[in-house]
Design a protein around this ligand. Sequence first.
Ligand code: GRF
Length: 215
Amino acid sequence: MSRKKTAILISGRGSNMGALISAAMSPDYPAEIALVLSNRPDAKGLERAAEFGIQTAVVDHKDYAGDREAFERSVDAVLKDHKIELVALAGFMRILTPYLVNAWAGRMINIHPALLPSFKGLATHERALQEGVKLHGATVHYVSAEMDDGPIIVQGAVPVLDTDTPDTLAARVLEVEHKIYPKALSMVASGTARVSGTRVTGSSDSAGTETLIWP
Ligand code: GRF
């Protein structure tokens, strides 16, 4: 089996990165984590990746004085240098331009801490509590031109409890993130996930338990 060479793009602590790296340690996992790239030189996840023996790279967005596309050209060049086939965004805190989105269309996925299409953008847990929703969660989706949009691959749901604060809710969602991201990357890398219009099909399981984790 040829494993798809995958890069993980991070900006921070990299706990989802850690979950993907752990999953990819299994020899029958269809993706190999070949690179961790950060736009921030001080991202904690870089140390963690290096501890796992994974190659790391930094493309500091501050060196590009607001020229997002120039920044993305450099990111793209590093990805190409490493012969990367798939990109997984994991807490990569840059808004992407059509340049990178188009260059990696169908080969770039992201994790968002909410049940999309609800709560796009930041502060998802605060907003979920404010809206009083009873169900919250996380989504892995293909990246498209619009932020936090694109065909949904896997979702994980958690209950919202009366006693929740944004932090306790975030912690519960993060646990489910660490389950759904390895699942989604596996489906994409193995070619099981198929995009058909705005939907992703190809779950091997007709009950849907593969692409939806729920309480
Ligand atoms: C996660 O909540 C992810 O869903 C969001 O940013 C956070 C990154 O956390 N996009 P980590 O760096 O993976 O720990």
